[in-house]
Design a protein around this ligand. Structure first.
Ligand SMILES: Cc1cc2nc3c(=O)[nH]c(=O)nc-3n(C[C@H](O)[C@H](O)[C@H](O)COP(=O)(O)OP(=O)(O)OC[C@H]3O[C@@H](n4cnc5c(N)ncnc54)[C@H](O)[C@@H]3O)c2cc1C
Length: 302
């Protein structure tokens, strides 16, 4: 039989990173009983320094998370469980969450602050560089590599616009389509006008030293030296947890929420990267705060 914790929490938060902790802070300050379950695998774990976060520009992500958790831990009605939520069930007012230690927890509301998993193209050496010298967001990582040798990897039509965006930070820019390009004549012309070199050779390997890219090695044996790679990862949110509850997704596969971070399932909220393509710490904090406030409103007695 599954052991059941005796508490009924006002809210169970699944994912205790930037967004989940932000919601926990709001709920803890509203004197709500909260359980935060976190598997401790944030998407930016390998990033040496986070940027574009006012008051904490350039701070290592683990420092931010440690401080965030300490801020929340000051509130005695918030509890933490290090582990993974494996199964969700129930309905508004009476949800159940089974965690990886086999315990079942009960909560009136649920907040899904799960983040996303980045899936990269299967290019040798690329995964080792992700977060260190390969990234998606130029607003987070463009300034530090300004005027350097940048390479955008991608062959979908939207990568032409993406390359034009990255061009804002350096004119030493190459777009690698990793195989014959699928861009039309107009897009080829746009790249030419911006001075962006297009390389269509398939990439055999990213050559790097401890995650710092040195060059791209192509299938024909040629190589191109590079300092930083930019590419859009595919973002994955595992289906098992959310499908059991019937949470709807957007066409991008993200969890669909309204401006109050409510999903289509009564009593189930979602915040942070799992709800938006605008992946930024400031956005994760903001949506967590909104979710915490909206949940508090819903918990008020009738
Ligand atoms: C390489 C990279 C670099 C970035 N750099 C910057 C930057 O410089 N500046 C910036 O503003 N933004 C940056 N970002 C974006 C920023 O990291 C994200 O927007 C932010 O981490 C989102 O916070 P989150 O809480 O939604 O998700 P995450 O931080 O990804 O955390 C999700 C948490 O949920 C947990 N979880 C998931 N499923 C379960 C489960 N079933 N049970 C329990 N726990 C679970 C995970 O283990 C994880 O701890 C970067 C992102 C990447 C990938």
């Amino acid at each position: 039989m599954t052991p059941t914790s005796t508490n009924i929490f006002d809210t169970i938060i699944i994912g205790g990173s930037y967004s989940g902790l932000s919601a926990a802070l709001t709920l803890g300050r509203a004197r709500r009983h909260v359980l935060v379950i976190d598997a401790n695998e944030p998407c930016n774990a390998r990033v040496p320094h986070s940027h574009n976060l006012l008051t904490h520009d350039g701070v290592p992500p683990h420092v931010l998370r440690t401080k965030a958790r300490a801020d929340v831990a000051k509130y005695p009605t918030v509890q933490f469980l290090d582990g993974r939520a494996e199964q969700l069930g129930g309905t508004d007012g009476a949800f159940t969450v089974r965690s990886s230690d086999g315990t079942e927890h009960r909560g009136r509301k649920l907040l899904l602050a799960l983040g996303v998993r980045d899936e990269l193209p299967p290019i040798k050496g690329l995964a080792e560089c992700w977060g260190i010298s390969a990234a998606a967001c130029p607003f987070c990582h463009g300034y530090e590599v300004r005027d350097q040798r940048l390479v955008v990897i991608g062959n979908a039509p939207e990568n032409v616009h993406y390359a034009k965006l990255i061009r804002n930070w350096s004119d030493r820019l190459t777009l690698c389509s990793n195989g014959p390009s699928r861009f039309d004549n107009e897009q080829h012309e746009a790249l030419r006008k911006q001075g962006i070199t297009l390389v269509e050779n398939p990439i055999a390997e990213v050559l790097h030293e401890q995650g710092q890219v040195k060059a791209l090695l192509f299938a024909d044996g040629s190589r191109r030296d590079a300092d930083t790679l930019f590419l859009r990862s595919d973002t994955i949110i595992p289906k098992a947890l959310t499908e059991a509850l019937g949470v709807e997704r957007t066409e991008l596969g993200l969890l669909k929420v309204d401006p109050m971070q409510r999903t289509n399932v009564p009593g189930v909220f979602a915040s942070g990267d799992c709800t938006t393509p605008m992946r930024a710490l400031s956005a994760a904090f903001a949506s967590g705060t909104m979710a915490g406030a909206a949940i508090t409103h819903e918990l008020l007695p009738e």
